[in-house]
Design a protein around this ligand. Structure first.
Ligand SMILES: *[C@@H]1O[C@H](CO)[C@@H](O)[C@H](O)[C@H]1NC(C)=O
Ligand SMILES: *[C@@H]1O[C@H](CO)[C@@H](O)[C@H](O)[C@H]1NC(C)=O
Ligand SMILES: *[C@@H]1O[C@H](CO)[C@@H](O)[C@H](O)[C@H]1NC(C)=O
Ligand SMILES: *[C@@H]1O[C@H](CO)[C@@H](O)[C@H](O)[C@H]1NC(C)=O
Ligand SMILES: *[C@@H]1O[C@H](CO)[C@@H](O)[C@H](O)[C@H]1NC(C)=O
Length: 306
């Protein structure tokens, strides 16, 4: 749409001649010119529609974070290890390096993406809302799941301070002690060894708790746990081949229903990855029955389900 408008503008300026190039030639020339007429300041993720996919072990990808965003994946996971007062990112201690930290792989790139999505221009001076990472849906937050691998009580303060640059710019979804929440472009959720009491004590709260989907009770609501997760193999178990049993199907429906009754989104991890048709059958059954996040290692395959 926009290139056509730009073309018409240009055509008016230069005087449109029937002897000149056709409309498609003009479009090609304009595109090759890299004209600022064709660029929005905020087109980082143009045409990408966000999807309910969780990038499992996102930091393992050749390009963490950006690969997920390029496919519209709206939730990413980083495993963090507190070593020498620094949060390193990796699957196990032996895989850690000094360069790969929560700050370098996630916090700094997110600061730069969100700065680009929220340019300071003559036109944005009165804007009060903050755009998220997805141009097509600026109010869709990106969920950042921080999986604490080291002791929760000692790791939590470091995660909270790692989030400080995002917090300062108003990028974090925040809930006040009166339960009123202010949505932000990012939703930070702790999992793994994240201590429930430590998250409950936060006021205001801008790091949330990944609850157990099989152990929800009235303690949990979206101001504490916007997300609840469980091990699919244990909670459901169907391998995706043949028909799901009634008991397995009702387990999915009951767990999703429990979460949704509290306004919480449901995620099943450890779903089968192989064979492919079985993996897809499980994903399809989960989404058809209301699961909010497809937990995916193969992001392209998960994106193709939408
Ligand atoms: C297009 O223009 C932008 C902004 O002026 C510039 O950053 C970019 O390098 C240019 N790209 C090409 C291929 O010339
Ligand atoms: C941790 O700090 C100590 C003391 O400064 C240093 O000797 C050690 O190499 C550091 N280890 C890592 C993994 O950074
Ligand atoms: C911003 O608000 C001021 C004061 O109301 C107004 O004069 C100005 O035109 C607004 N700017 C834009 C870009 O809307
Ligand atoms: C709800 O579950 C949490 C976590 O397992 C537990 O600490 C809490 O005591 C439970 N609350 C009720 C009301 O059962
Ligand atoms: C699987 O379910 C379908 C549809 O309900 C049914 O037609 C089919 O007979 C079932 N297959 C088996 C092996 O139970």
């Amino acid at each position: 749409m926009f290139p056509v408008v730009a073309f018409l503008t240009l055509a008016c300026l230069v005087g449109f001649s029937s002897q000149g190039p056709g409309v498609l030639d003009e479009i090609t020339m304009l595109e090759a010119s890299n004209s600022s007429l064709l660029r929005y300041p905020t087109d980082f993720s143009r045409d990408i529609v966000p999807k309910g996919i969780h990038s499992h072990n996102d930091y393992w990808r050749d390009v963490p974070l950006l690969t997920a965003l390029s496919l519209g994946v709206a939730s990413v996971e980083a495993d963090v290890w507190l070593v020498n007062e620094t949060l390193h990112v990796g699957h196990e201690m032996a895989a850690l390096t000094t360069e790969r930290t929560l700050d370098s792989l996630y916090i700094q790139p997110l600061l730069s993406i969100l700065a680009g999505q929220n340019p300071k221009t003559l036109f944005s001076v009165n804007q009060t809302s903050i755009n998220g990472v997805f141009d097509t849906s600026p109010t869709t937050p990106l969920q950042l799941l921080v999986d604490m691998k080291t002791d929760g009580a000692s790791t939590l303060p470091f995660v909270l301070s790692a989030l400080q640059p995002l917090r300062e710019l108003g990028y974090l979804t925040t809930c006040a002690s009166n339960g009123v929440c202010t949505p932000g472009p990012l939703l930070a959720v702790g999992t793994g060894n994240t201590p429930l009491e430590g998250i409950q004590a936060l006021s205001p709260r801008d790091l949330f708790f990944d609850a157990s989907l099989t152990a929800l009770n009235s303690t949990f609501d979206i101001t504490l746990s916007p997300l609840a997760s469980t091990d699919y193999q244990v909670a459901v178990g169907w391998n995706g081949i043949g028909n799901i049993s009634e008991a397995q199907l009702s387990a999915v429906q009951r767990l999703v229903g429990d979460a949704h009754g509290l306004g919480i989104r449901a995620r099943f991890w450890d779903t089968p990855g192989w064979p492919i048709h079985a993996r897809n059958n499980v994903w399809k059954t989960l989404t058809e029955n209301g699961a909010d996040w497809l937990n995916a290692d193969e992001l392209n395959a998960a994106a193709a389900m939408f």
